[in-house]
Unconditional design. Structure first.
Length: 488
């Protein structure tokens, strides 16, 4: 049986312009600059810099203009366009961005690019210094291609032999591959091409100048690796009959080695850029001062050439079909340029008011730099302060950096949940993590505190935290368990 129902459904659909604005807000400074260049390349009606006439008027006026939706299939006839809307002097205003809110110290923020040579290409270049025949070079280059980003070859020699035969038509044997693997082990960084951690450490020790402690360290890794990784120092002292100081120096040599030789290569796989702060907070005469990186505030205006095309069309008595098509195209580009200029203004305002609210919410921290002064703060707190949606605050916090007197920070790091102390007061989980970190840093490394003892120590300080929560915070801080923190 079929039944009919009347269902009233309320839904909200974002316009393409709103979606684009959200994407602009999410972009950090460097990505925003790239997006700006792309838009200017795509839209000739959008130009950068000031126009002479614009210096006479310091106020940016957002003109009313007809929304243009590129996804709209409905064509607006040229005869229906009000040409005068596109000929007003106010239609090509300078995008006034040189206000006190914006930083003019862009030169200080230029960040150099890292080396564009990839990790694997660097290894290939090093192979060129070895005298190898064609087959040896093919095998060596295949082995380099089998190295993962951390610097390891995690495949067995028989598998590599088979893979070269099936995929590269390179027919060889295990002995030849093993010999070429020794060549790979001579490359820098030392330890690259190892098949496991033990071999990686041994390769690095092999490249060090021999000494009493290097020899002892090598023997420990080669023959007592399990005892070393479990930090059974008493067993090692008994095994080698050395003094506590001698073992300590040998262990120190091992701890100086790099367990991830490939990870140390900054050009790993792609060009990376240093962080460019989107904001800067400074303390001026005891007061906080916020600035937005000037690269987020470009001067833009609508092209006068395009307005002159509109004027020519208006004055023309004989409007041909080609001219009508042209004015339709010009209108679309002008509308798009105006919308983009307004979207940048909205992005700029959104970034500034959001960071300004965060700065004042965490004023005590920004004045003193003490992480224990960070208040519990969630996205809703800031959203309520500035009257914006939580998703908008999230877009700003997750992708933007702020330069502070205490270093450059990712904004989302200032957000944290609240927990109760023994006085019933709300405290930030960031505060608890900082205190936990301080306790661990000050502990006796010969007898590091296990998690249940850390929980007791925090409880004594007024923070009743469960042992499992301590373990979670410790992992988030990348701090190993007590046994692995033990020193001789």
């Amino acid at each position: 049986m079929l039944k009919q129902f009347l269902n009233l459904k309320l839904s909200q659909k974002l316009s393409p312009q709103q979606i684009q604005l959200m994407k602009l807000i999410q972009l950090p400074t460097q990505a925003f600059e790239q997006r700006l260049l792309e838009e200017m390349n795509e839209n000739p009606a959008l130009e950068a810099g000031k126009e002479e006439d614009d210096y006479e008027n310091d106020d940016f006026e957002n003109d009313e203009f007809e929304d243009y939706d590129e996804g709209d299939s409905e064509r607006i006839e040229a005869d229906d366009i009000n040409i005068d809307e596109y000929l007003s002097d106010d239609d090509s205003p300078d995008y006034k961005t040189q206000a006190n809110n914006y930083s003019d110290d862009d030169e200080e923020r230029e960040s150099p690019l890292a080396s564009p040579i990839s990790f694997h290409q660097d290894l290939i270049n090093q192979l060129n210094t070895f005298i190898l025949d064609d087959q040896e070079r093919e095998i060596a280059e295949f082995l380099v291609g089998s190295i993962d980003d951390m610097g390891y070859i995690r495949r067995s020699i028989p598998d590599i032999v088979d893979d070269m035969a099936f995929t590269q038509a390179i027919y060889t044997d295990e002995e030849m591959v093993e010999r070429m693997l020794h060549v790979i082990h001579e490359l820098e960084p030392s330890g690259v091409g190892a098949r496991d951690l033990q071999e990686c450490l041994l390769l690095q020790l092999k490249h060090k100048t021999p000494s009493e402690y290097i020899d002892l360290a090598t023997d420990i890794i080669e023959n007592q690796f399990d005892a070393f990784t479990k930090k059974h120092y008493d067993k090692l002292l008994q095994k080698y009959g050395v003094s506590n100081e001698q073992l300590k120096k040998a262990v120190h040599e091992i701890e100086r080695l790099n367990p991830k030789p490939g990870g140390a290569f900054t050009g790993n796989n792609k060009v990376t850029e240093n962080v460019v702060p989107d904001f800067a907070i400074r303390i001026v005469e005891g007061e906080l001062e916020l600035t937005l990186n000037g690269r987020n505030a470009p001067s833009l205006h609508v092209s006068k050439d395009y307005q002159e095309m509109m004027q020519t069309y208006k004055e023309s008595t004989d409007k041909s079909g080609a001219q009508k098509d042209a004015v339709q195209f010009i209108k679309q580009k002008l509308d798009s340029a105006k919308w983009f200029i307004d979207a940048i203004r909205q992005r700029q305002e959104t970034l500034f008011v959001t960071m300004n609210a965060i700065m004042h919410y965490q004023e005590e921290y920004f004045l003193e730099g003490d992480e224990t002064k960070l208040k519990p703060m969630i996205l809703k707190d800031i959203a309520d302060m500035v009257g914006l949606d939580i998703s908008t605050i999230s877009r700003v916090a997750n992708s933007k950096y702020v330069e502070t007197p205490y270093g450059t920070k990712l904004i989302k790091e200032f957000f944290s949940e609240a927990m109760k102390n023994d006085q019933g007061e709300d405290v930030s989980t960031l505060e608890i993590k900082k205190i936990l970190q301080n306790i661990i840093e000050e502990e006796d490394k010969k007898k590091p505190h296990p998690d249940d003892q850390l929980a007791e120590l925090l409880k004594e300080k007024g923070y009743p935290i469960a042992r499992r929560t301590i373990a979670k915070y410790r992992e988030q801080l990348d701090i190993p368990v007590a046994r692995m923190r033990k020193k001789i």
